[in-house]
Write a protein that binds this ligand. Structure first.
Ligand code: KIV
Length: 271
């Protein structure tokens, strides 16, 4: 099904897509140039993910990235985008345990970056923050399952909610987020059957990453799907390019051309 009918994608449009059975496409972006390309390709949602901490800054987790850095990335993305809904992650430490701090952080993202919505990780633990942010009229997206900001509690990046107790908590958290007024939920790395069950049980769109095909849409990290992050190859990842190799080969060729005095040639200089 085509997605070209929306000039601008809104949270309302996402809900309509779910109702119609049209799958929602979502990718991350962190800078102006990639965001321009992705938006031109008619992506529905751009996530300024805190995965910027990994793929832009080279950290081993999403924990170090700051609110100021997230706002910088979001500002660059927003400048590029005409059509997509732009959702920005609240970084670790900017919302947990203090709903007033959560609201302040969200207002900064909306005001200083011009974002359209925020995303945060967790269910019952962060529900006060979710409600307070929503009370200010800021759209909120939840994120359940493998929540990378809790990686040091989990200890591994393996599939979450395989055990009954964790699956039941996830079902309850999804309901809680929907009842609070979230416009959508990301489900990361959980069994496909559980993801489908949760998707069917809520009216808001559910976007999966490593959550199978029974969800309302898919999200990937742009650096992973373009093959820039060579070393990362989980089962759920489909690579559409091998950009690491292509860029390395292009740069190697450039180095050779400069060394061989082949570049610049006669046509590449001024007279
Ligand atoms: O930060 C991010 O890129 C994310 C996606 C993996 C959903 O939260």
């Amino acid at each position: 099904m085509s997605n070209t009918e929306y000039k601008k994608v809104t949270t309302h449009a996402l809900r309509e897509m779910k109702e119609r059975g049209e799958k929602i496409s979502m990718l991350t972006a962190y800078d102006y140039s990639f965001a321009r390309i992705i938006d031109a390709a008619n992506i529905d949602v751009i996530l300024v993910g805190d995965s910027a901490s990994n793929v832009m800054a080279g950290h081993i987790s999403t924990l170090p990235i700051t609110l100021d850095q997230m706002i910088y990335h979001a500002q660059s993305v927003i400048r590029a985008v005409d059509r997509a809904l732009v959702v920005v992650d609240l970084p670790f430490g900017s919302y947990q345990g203090d709903s007033k701090e959560a609201l302040k952080s969200s207002i900064r993202i909306m005001k200083e970056a011009g974002a359209h919505a925020i995303k945060l990780e967790g269910g019952t633990e962060v529900i006060e923050s979710v409600k307070r942010i929503l009370s200010a009229g800021i759209p909120v997206m939840g994120h359940l399952g493998l929540t990378p900001q809790s990686i040091f509690k989990f200890g591994t990046y393996s599939v979450r909610a395989k055990e009954d107790a964790e699956a039941e908590k996830l079902r309850n958290d999804a309901r809680l987020l929907e009842d609070a007024g979230c416009f959508g939920i990301v489900l990361e790395k959980i069994p496909a059957a559980l993801a489908k069950e949760v998707t069917d049980s809520v009216e808001i769109p559910v976007i999966g990453i490593g959550a199978g095909s029974g969800v309302d849409g898919q999200v990937l990290v742009i650096h992973d799907m373009l093959g820039i992050t060579k070393e990362f190859h989980p089962r759920f990842l489909r690579r559409y390019m091998n950009l690491f190799d292509d860029v390395r080969d292009a740069v190697s060729q450039y180095v050779k051309d400069v060394k061989d005095q082949d570049f610049p040639n006669e046509g590449e200089q001024y007279y």
